[in-house]
Design a protein around this ligand. Structure first.
Ligand SMILES: Nc1ncnc2c1ncn2[C@@H]1O[C@H](COP(=O)(O)OP(=O)(O)OP(=O)(O)O)[C@@H](O)[C@H]1O
Length: 210
């Protein structure tokens, strides 16, 4: 079953096209890793897919309320404890248990700690645990392993694999090897938008008088 379908998509940042002509699908049980150098437009694409900014053109289709997005900001409530943060998200998404997420992201020893007192990697683990309590099938993740040590990257990879085995899907931008060899790779370099033509503005200006 196709969970996410992108057709001839163009995305923009700061009013300029960044990527264009992008088409791909993501099926249940599959992971896709976005690759490309700094500034190519990975974050812009993921934000567009998450509905945080409009596409320039093209289409994005997925079942309603199927996506859980984790961007660069952790989205944590800093004064709430680890348990309270996850309980909050479980209530927002209408899921019933945070126990599996606490175990899977190795947060058992931290449950009563306010989020603001966690280390960067611990915060990241809590942010990823949030994905698990959303119950949403399509994970859209922007550099999910930033701040994670090798053991936590492995925990994350296990969580993604378990998610895929349950019929979920994951789209992830990353610069590192996640240790998920079954994930397909999408290199964004061929989709880099062409810079505007020299004189394009005056051309458009001329056209206005034709
Ligand atoms: N707020 C902004 N306003 C205008 N342009 C921006 C803004 N943020 C990013 N850009 C530009 O948009 C382009 C795409 O940036 P984006 O963050 O999507 O790239 P990325 O592939 O995620 O990069 P990285 O690997 O460094 O995270 C870059 O050229 C960047 O300079």
């Amino acid at each position: 079953m196709t969970m996410l379908s992108v057709d001839n998509l163009a995305v923009t940042r700061g009013g300029l096209a960044v990527l264009e002509g992008l088409s791909f699908g993501l099926d249940a049980g599959h992971a896709l890793v976005l690759r490309g150098p700094n500034g190519i437009g990975k974050t812009t694409l993921l934000r567009t897919l998450a509905g945080l900014q409009p596409a320039l053109h093209g289409s994005i289709s997925m079942p309603p309320e199927s996506m859980a997005y984790a961007g660069h900001s952790d989205g944590l409530k800093s004064t709430l404890t680890v348990t309270e943060n996850l309980d909050f998200w479980a209530s927002v998404y209408g899921t019933d248990s945070i126990e599996g997420a606490l175990d899977r992201m190795n947060l058992r020893g931290l449950t009563e700690r306010p989020a603001m007192s966690l280390s960067a990697g611990q915060k990241r683990r809590l942010g990823l645990a949030r994905l698990l309590v959303t119950g949403r099938p399509v994970w859209v993740l922007d550099e999910p392993t930033v701040s994670l040590d090798a053991a936590s990257v492995a925990l994350f990879a296990d969580a993604v694999r378990a998610h895929l085995a349950q019929g979920g899907a994951a789209l992830m931008a990353t610069h590192i090897d996640l240790g998920i060899p079954e994930a397909a790779i999408l290199d964004l370099a061929p989709f880099k938008a062409k810079p505007p033509e020299q004189g394009g503005i005056s051309g458009a200006f001329d056209e206005a008088f034709i």
